[in-house]
Design a protein around this ligand. Structure first.
Ligand code: UDP
Length: 330
């Protein structure tokens, strides 16, 4: 059984990937600080270590004890707004700690890494759908930190033969089909969970942040990708690294976009509730349209989205929110 070290495996995308790896016959080994992750998001029969990716002694011991052969690196800070307020925190936690983590992996002979990157590396795209070779000009420290890590992986490849794939996620959404895993952030800023919390009566209304964008209905368009499809992309990337695929970055999205109003309307239909909506001002830093070009991952990794129609995304997320109205811990 191939043992894969999963940093951040107790987080939203990490935990779904751990479950998918386990179902696919891999042996995931989770390392998570639990600063934002949830212990309950990782099944008791999976190896779990609480700690920091920059702890060389801990990471080395895990690799030896568990006989780890590759890593998927999710652990990171991921709040755009916080990154603007505290850029130093993001460059320390994401860039500096990843650098130490990579040094440990390489020192211990682990030279295959799948990295959790983001469409925020592109900034304000000039053309949509966005292709991987488009310019990367992040407009916040979160996106900048992820791009710096991608660049560092390239140089580690040149110097030490690291084999890496970076997956640039568009808008991760949805939950496990059986409602066992889902999205639970202490500070929730994402559209779909906020709409569903409104449906549950935890919030008075969902704010549509800007109705004067350059889109058909005036609200932002995003490419929502089901977390199970994201999880599958990591497995395909691991397999491709084993088969000697060229290192580089891949978009993970559907190639189709939905406006904020379309998402709200679908949530009203799925929940059967009249979710109160208020129209509010734009949020800083939101581009009009963010939609992925997905030919590269489809052709090279043989990956295809299966669960990412908007209805399935919202149905699975709604199932999770109903089963866990206060998240994992309560
Ligand atoms: N959005 C909104 N109301 C909210 C939260 C988000 O209208 O309460 C919009 C936001 O402006 C963006 C889209 O929903 O256009 C998706 O935002 P989210 O924070 O989920 O993901 P992002 O695109 O920022 O990664």
């Amino acid at each position: 059984m191939k043992k894969i070290l999963i940093s951040g495996g107790a987080g939203y995308i990490g935990s779904h990937t751990v479950q998918a790896l386990s179902k696919a016959g891999y042996g995931p080994v989770v390392l998570d600080s639990l600063i934002t992750g949830h212990r309950k998001a990782v099944s008791k029969n999976i190896s779990f270590y609480q700690g920091d990716i920059a702890d060389d002694g801990l990471v080395s011991n895990i690799i030896k004890k568990e006989n780890v052969s590759a890593a998927i690196h999710f652990a990171a800070r991921s709040l755009v707004g916080e990154s603007v307020q505290k850029p130093d925190l993001y460059f320390e936690e994401n860039v500096a700690k990843t650098n130490r983590f990579m040094s440990t992996l390489l020192k211990c002979g682990v030279n295959k890494v799948v990295f959790s990157s983001t469409a925020a590396t592109y900034g304000n795209p000039e053309v949509t759908p966005i292709a991987e070779e488009s310019g990367t000009e992040p407009i916040n420290p979160y996106g900048a930190s992820k791009l710096m890590i991608e660049q560092s992986l390239y140089w580690l490849e040149q110097a030490y033969g690291l084999k890496w794939v970076a997956l640039r996620y568009f808008n991760a959404a949805g939950a496990a089909l059986d409602g066992s895993l889902g999205e639970d952030h202490t500070t929730e800023t994402h559209l779909i969970p906020l709409i569903l919390k409104t449906a549950l009566g935890h919030r008075e209304a969902i704010s549509i942040l800007g109705t004067d964008y350059n889109t058909p209905d005036g609200t932002c368009i995003r490419d929502y990708i089901h977390v199970l499809d994201l999880a599958e992309a990591h497995i395909r990337a691991l397999e491709a690294l084993d088969q000697g695929v060229a290192c580089g970055a891949y978009n993970v999205g559907t190639g189709a976009g939905y406006s904020v109003r379309e998402v709200v309307n679908m949530a009203k239909r799925v929940t059967g509730m009249d979710i109160p909506v208020v129209e509010a001002h734009r949020r800083a830093g939101d581009p009009d349209v963010l939609v992925a070009k997905v030919e590269k991952i489809q052709k090279t990794l043989g990956w295809q989205a299966r669960y990412s129609d908007l209805e399935t995304i919202i149905k699975t997320a709604w199932e999770w929110h109903q089963k866990h109205p206060h998240g994992y811990e309560k």
